[in-house]
Design a protein around this ligand. Sequence first.
Ligand SMILES: NCc1[nH]cc(CCC(=O)O)c1CC(=O)O
Length: 309
Amino acid sequence: MTPPVLRIGTRGSLLATTQAGHVAQALTDAGHPAELVIIKTQGDKSAAPVTEIGVGVFTTELRVALRNDEIDVAVHSYKDLPTAPEPDLVIAAVPPREDARDALVSNGNRVLGALPVGATVGTSAPRRVAQLRALGLGLEIRPLRGNLDSRLGKVANGELDAVVVARAGLARIGRTEVIAEAFDPVVLLPAPAQGALAVECRADDAQLVSTLATLDDPSSRAAVDAERAVLAALEAGCTAPVGAYAEVVESLDDDGRIFLELSLRAAVAAVDGSDVIRSSAVGPIEQAAQVGRALAAEMLESGAASLLA
Ligand SMILES: NCc1[nH]cc(CCC(=O)O)c1CC(=O)O
């Protein structure tokens, strides 16, 4: 039995409570009153690089709370969720995704190409570090962690010339005005599932699963399923130098009729920027995960494993 007021578990950051708040509001509007329950995760307690604290640092405690029936729903940034399946839990909804691109916030609002050699750019994600280095612009990449406000603060106070963050995070907290440039995926491929939310609940809570399903956006779900299948098939985690981006696009069949299909691009980069393997594929929306796995297999044949080692 689902209690009268749904307990929505979320991390406590402004970004997390804002995005979980949207989910709570949507449920309340649909006649299912909901409230937020703040859960502290390992990633909130430690300021160490995520690459060191490990997989699931922003999500494990939320899943524990779900299993302990302390919350009914967990709202995660989907890109923070490990790819390992959890049979007792289900991603009941992937709401419409935000713009998935990475964004540059810089001193003087300069675009990346206008930053001089030696300019300091903050980011800790190996995926961003690798792709930025591969551009060969002579930038000084500096480690960066903490919540969005503190990251932006490092540009404002002059500690760094620029930072790279997910545009979606800025959009959700209403700060897109600070963006100097949103990177085309050709330049910088976003993390698998970046900009998407995962709305998770216990798999045996059938009534709640169907309630949450009303928030699902099938195109967003297909895209993230394909992207995460690439990551899983490469046996890489959310801190690996792997970018993937999928979207539902219009194509023409042999008779000139428009149909929808999934277009997927992925990249694996050496963290020192010395090499990038890129690949792309199109396929049926209903077979998103297969499209992702096939692309990963192709990239492994091109030598992706040696870049991930
Ligand atoms: N691990 C940090 C994290 N998890 C989700 C987002 C941004 C929002 C999103 O991608 O949905 C961020 C911050 C960032 O990458 O700049």
